[in-house]
Design a protein around this ligand. Sequence first.
Ligand code: PLP
Ligand code: ZN
Length: 418
Amino acid sequence: MSALLGLQCHLCKTMFPAEALYVCDKCLGPLEPVYDYRAIRLTREEIERRPKNLWRYRELLPIVGRPRTGFNSGFTPLVRCDRLAVHLGVSELYIKDDSVNHPTLSYKDRVVSVAATRAIELGFQVLACASTGNLANSVAAHAARLGVDCCVFIPDNLEAGKLLGSAIFNPTILAIAGNYDDVNRLCTQVADRYGWGFVNINLRSYYAEGAKTYGFEIAEQLGWKYPRHLVAPVAGGTLLPRIVRGLRELREIGLVDGDLPRVYAAQAAGCAPVVRALEAGLDYPEPVRPDTIAKSIAIGNPADGYQVVQTVKSTGGSGAAVSDAQIIEAIQLLAQTEGIFTEPAGGTTLAATIDLVKRGVIPRDESIVVCVTGNGYKTSEVVAGKLVEPVRLTRAFKDFESWWAGRSAEAFALRQTV
Ligand SMILES: *Cc1c(COP(=O)(O)O)cnc(C)c1O
Ligand SMILES: [Zn+2]
């Protein structure tokens, strides 16, 4: 049974049927699924009994039949980070760790599980996307599992690990000479003429809903409570507003109460249209030309930029933009204090958190959730040459002994302390 009533324009509130529509034909506003919340009878106990994947919240997701993929996606760890907290000088810090999401190690496995299921319900034969890398990986993997044709569009300058992460699933890969915003423009034209299911274009209304599960899980994993502060990365602007929408919905159906967290937008200084808009008091971000190592969040003209600005403001949050050097430092800090290896998007979010705490914007004695959305093994280039080198020895025991005896005094400890 589905509580899905249809799609509604986020701006002018006109209702539409739940088809592959994504913009309002009256005002060009984005379309969002609406549900009959009164028809949803969900209890904490019922959810807790279900398998640990994102479909445990299926009544709040925009499908009408059964899930088709994503049976191991979502329900990633919420990690209490006490060593990192000491380093930041804060009392209660968590990482929501989608760097270990299934099957392709990023938050995109959530949105693709939902969009791909809906694509099948709507009868699409080809699954496609415009991607900065992680989305293409996830679309290609889910398409392989579903046995449907797949064509992913990416900028031609992606990291080797991101390209490999799609190629292994054998989709058609179109690498476009241009940045993500160019790729996205091209894909909008293809979606119109070819009738392919672009998960983040003509299926965007369904895709975006999958991101709510990141918020649902945070509340459930905190014991059905909200944190006080939440820092999220922003690229196209899907994730951040949907975390908040998800948290709101839990209150709407009576599973959590209290105040929503303050939500902060994290971006790389080389691509920070949303943070700049928040600082300048603009409702609509001004497009920028991206120039940062954080390629997975290098979107200069975010599709949901307006919604991010509204959401951040409505919670009393703000934004922070951080340099590439701060991003790399934060990647290493997270790895060395907590054993979590994230890509530059996660480094951006942690570096932004550090900045917000230092500036006194986030108080040190309240709970903080930092959103880690992607995995560092895909972007090894960014830390190449910056890490500890192996000590190279022969296999003779005496060689080991002379290395041990000859170590300098300051290298006495066998592990690095940050
Ligand atoms: C796509 C992505 C994001 C956020 O993207 P939105 O378009 O703002 O939802 C964040 N981190 C990683 C690693 C991503 O791949
Ligand atoms: Zn409208």
